[in-house]
Design a protein. Sequence first.
Length: 294
Amino acid sequence: MEILVNGTYCGKEQAGISVFDHGLLYGDGVFEGIRVYNRRVFELEAHIGRLYRSARTIALEIPLTPDEMTRAVVETVRRNELTDGYVRLVVTRGQGDLGLNPVKCPQASYFIIASTIQLYPEEAYENGLKVTTCSTRRNSHQTINGNVKSLNYLNNIMGALELRSTGADEGLMLTLDGYVCECTADNFFMVNKGRLCTPHPSTGALRGVTRAVAMRIAAEEIGLEVEEGLYTLHDVYNSEECFLTGTGAECAPIVEIDARPIGDGRPGPVTWDIIRRFRAYTQTPESGTPVYDE
């Protein structure tokens, strides 16, 4: 495995950053998780755009231009000879002192890992996932904007810790006002009466890249009305279908939430249509940036 660290490729055992890096000390940085399908980096332009928007919001100056970072991602995938896989792109505030002030970090650090991932086994897609509502509430977007994909995931981790010994595959997180936000690691969708519904980003839900693809497929290919709104658990329990989306999870059906069956307790037809169309899209030239000469 070859990992790019601040412009230099090195092996897994040699790759590292300083213990004084504020990404490690304070979770001060941003990242992207990106898939590779069929020798192409999936929706790379969207991922790079989000990375730089996140960095701008936290006043983090990335040492490469977006075009340079794009080429660095592609080259890292090429060096690791991946046809299908997963890329983790991380930019930290960089090395400073033990104080909190980010001004003491003169140069940001970055690294790119290209490897493989499988979040759920295939049976989970065939049979559907079980989800439980977390007591941990999602951070308010008035304090930490949910659309900054930062290195500080403690809020999500605290939600995920609640899944231990529950038998649930994922946790659903609510806002402080009790509105549905997102799962601990994925975006959340409901299908009801010809509409595809997903929490509005004002809840703190991330504007996920896979989320955007699913919404586009639903609207342009299937003809569903797509709605971003405010929803409660009452809406969730009475929906016809539910599913989640994420870079690692892709599109996965949900068949049970809080011991209540969703619909008839099986993956629904709209969900399966979106899954099939999403998987087909990942194999097309339009879906991503080519890694190897075509």
